[in-house]
Write a protein that binds this ligand. Structure first.
Ligand code: NAP
Ligand code: ZN
Ligand code: ZN
Length: 351
């Protein structure tokens, strides 16, 4: 074991603070990574503040991890010391159920192991995530990072990128389709970029009129103010697919009504409380209200390669580790442009 410094929440109401813990030495199939950057996902905030009522404290969040390989186990073939490497939301799964065999580890029937707040098979405790100097992960759950992309902007691809890429692929978004993205935050801005790169005509539904210019720069044809019922109604029955990234309670019926026949509204945002779906929003025009969870490891690699080919990275605001609470407060106010990324050089050397 070796000692590692991170930032942890000790309770739902305590601000994140320096925290020392042990990481396992790399086993035969493990890759030890020195973390360079870690993105800040709204899920980190939900989890640190126990908004999903399942957090085990202390909790070290962070699942948008990029770094360099520091050491590899004797049986590791995928990586060598010095390589760039990435870790997303999962560090393990059962690998034998039908979903794992299909490359959909995120839907593992025995529960995947989250990068943080997951049951750590080695320590018997909980996993600790990327708000830390180093991480040790089985090579099967480590991603290869394209060398041609800006590393700071790559980190958020490991969650925000794959969470939006996977449903866009699954529902076969293609050239010429009309696609809506609800919310321009970390996930939303990746959805706009990726759907645009897939050839779709993208519209952003937003509560923030000030994000209009950015939305167009990122690839949206136009924005629709989601609180303006008339503006939303103008687009009734016209969308093939809409992806909803909103992190707080909101009304989804306007978006369902914006779908044409057989269209799908895919929920990826994860508010604490149930959303209300009017029966007629889905009965009418045989619409579907669906959801999607991150993406499998193979698809995450596919997404990274897609982003490398299309020169897509996240628009990031770099922060120091000590500024995480300020970043969380801004995130709650929808004031993110469009992903905070922690520079791990700013982590204190001791807790
Ligand atoms: P984020 O950066 O905070 O973005 C969320 C955006 O939603 C905001 O920027 C805002 O966009 C909009 N929004 C926020 N509050 C709103 C409200 N009350 N009403 C309407 N719109 C509101 O968050 P994120 O990191 O993208 O994550 C978004 C959600 O996805 C979180 O709940 C997170 O836990 C979840 N998530 C799910 C998965 C999955 O696998 N399904 C993976 C990662 C994250 P505008 O200013 O444009 O309105
Ligand atoms: Zn995330
Ligand atoms: Zn499984």
């Amino acid at each position: 074991m070796f000692s590692c410094v991170g930032y942890a929440a000790e309770s739902a109401t305590a601000p994140l603070a320096p925290f020392s813990f042990d990481r396992r030495d790399p086993g035969p199939k493990d890759v030890q990574i020195d973390i360079i950057y870690c993105g800040v996902c709204h899920s980190d905030l939900h989890q640190a503040r126990n908004e999903w009522h399942n957090t085990v404290f202390p909790c070290v969040p962070g699942h948008e991890i990029v770094g360099r390989v520091k050491a590899v186990g004797t049986e590791v073939s995928k990586f060598k010391v010095g390589d760039l490497a990435g870790v997303g939301c999962m560090v393990d799964s059962c690998r034998s159920c039908e979903n794992c065999r299909d490359g959909l580890e995120q839907y593992c029937n025995n529960g995947f192991v989250g990068t943080y707040n997951g049951p750590d098979k080695t320590s018997g405790g909980m996993t600790f995530g990327g708000y830390s100097k180093a991480i040790v992960v089985d090579q099967d759950f480590v991603l290869r990072i394209p060398e041609n992309l800006d590393l700071k902007g790559v980190a958020p691809l490991l969650c925000a990128g794959i969470t939006t890429y996977s449903p866009l692929r699954h529902w076969k978004v293609t050239k010429g389709q009309k696609v809506g993205v609800v919310g321009l935050g970390g996930l939303g801005h990746m959805a706009v970029k990726i759907a645009h790169a897939m050839g779709a005509e993208v519209y952003l539904f937003t509560t923030s009129p000030g994000k209009a210019e950015d939305a167009k720069r990122l690839g949206a044809k136009d924005i629709i103010l989601s609180k303006d019922a008339e503006a939303v109604a103008k687009h009734a029955e016209s969308f093939d697919f809409i992806i909803d990234t909103v992190s707080a309670d909101h009304d989804v019926n306007g978006y369902l009504n914006a779908l044409k026949r057989d269209g799908t509204l895919c929920q990826v945002g994860a508010p604490t409380d149930p959303l209300k779906v009017a029966a007629f929003s889905v009965i009418w025009k045989r619409r579907q209200f669906a959801g999607s969870l991150i993406g499998g490891i193979a698809e995450t690699q596919e997404m990274l390669d897609f982003c490398a080919a299309h020169n897509i990275t996240s628009d990031v605001e770099m922060i120091k580790m000590a500024d995480i609470e300020t970043a969380y407060e801004r995130m709650v106010k929808s004031d993110v442009k469009y992903r905070f990324v922690i520079d791990m050089e700013t982590m204190p050397t001791a807790a």
